[in-house]
Design a protein around this ligand. Structure first.
Ligand SMILES: Cc1cc2nc3c(=O)[nH]c(=O)nc-3n(C[C@H](O)[C@H](O)[C@H](O)COP(=O)(O)OP(=O)(O)OC[C@H]3O[C@@H](n4cnc5c(N)ncnc54)[C@H](O)[C@@H]3O)c2cc1C
Length: 222
């Protein structure tokens, strides 16, 4: 059942990404990597449900979302830009296909990083980061969400790929089949994919071309 919660804080993590910390609804349960339907408790917005992934962990005493805003859509994420602490969200059903199954290569595009942020935070807490690697695609360096955090978590196993900017030490262009092959952990390891539709299509094409079978692919389109 939907529950209304107060926002504790709302901050920018990049020029267009918000981090919202809110009260945890009573009885809320979710698996790390899952998302939930969220609406804004404001006249005209209460039935405008959008999906956002928890970037907090199930045991935390608050909930957190990391949300890329699209002012040009004039939709929910634009409206979130005008909210402040004390305003309210409505939290609905929990769902989502991504969950951690074992070591692998995480491939994210933009806000598609959110389930992996939650999974990697959870693994850090359990001291199980292991050999997991992250390929993170963004347009520019300024678009990278939580770059410092991923550097600290993964070090050299964190590879940034920038499509619209050339920066020394960062890959340039789109994530290619060759780049995936280069960072593939080996047989029996998983591929975790999350990002916008066109990117997902391209990544699935690359994985199929390099012979990865479906059972090793865990994915969600944003
Ligand atoms: C399972 C799941 C989990 C997700 N988790 C997250 C997350 O943790 N963080 C995150 O940032 N995102 C996440 N997303 C994506 C997020 O749900 C969308 O970005 C969000 O719904 C956008 O809402 P919006 O109202 O701002 O815009 P939209 O609902 O995309 O658009 C509102 C209206 O704008 C118009 N519109 C659509 N596209 C355009 C365009 N390109 N230009 C102009 N107008 C347009 C349409 O008429 C549309 O009705 C997730 C998605 C899924 C499926």
């Amino acid at each position: 059942m939907a529950q209304t919660v107060k926002i504790n804080s709302i901050d920018h993590v990049t020029h267009d990404v918000l981090r919202i910390n809110a009260e945890k609804p009573a009885g809320l349960d979710f698996i790390v990597g899952q998302a939930v339907d969220v609406a804004i408790n404001k006249p005209g917005w209460e039935d405008q449900w959008r999906s956002f992934t928890f970037t907090s962990l199930p045991e935390d005493n608050h909930i957190e979302f990391t949300i890329k805003t699209y002012p040009s859509h004039q939709g929910v994420t634009n409206e979130l830009l005008s909210l402040k602490a004390g305003d309210e969200l409505i939290i609905g059903d929990v769902y989502g296909d991504i969950q951690y199954k074992g070591e692998g290569l995480f491939i994210a595009g933009g806000a598609g990083i959110t389930p992996f942020l939650a999974i990697l935070k959870d693994l850090e807490k359990k001291h199980k980061i292991g050999n997991n690697k992250l390929l993170f695609a963004n347009r520019t360096k300024a678009d990278i969400i939580d770059e410092q955090k991923f550097n600290q978590l993964l070090g050299e196993k964190f590879i940034n790929v920038l499509s619209h900017e050339e920066v020394p030490g960062y890959e340039h262009g789109f994530i290619s089949a060759d780049l995936i092959k280069k960072h593939h952990l080996g047989d029996g390891c998983y591929f975790y994919l999350c990002g916008p539709g066109p990117m997902m299509d391209a990544m699935e094409g690359h994985l199929s071309a390099i012979g990865v079978s479906e059972e090793y692919i865990i994915k969600e389109g944003f």
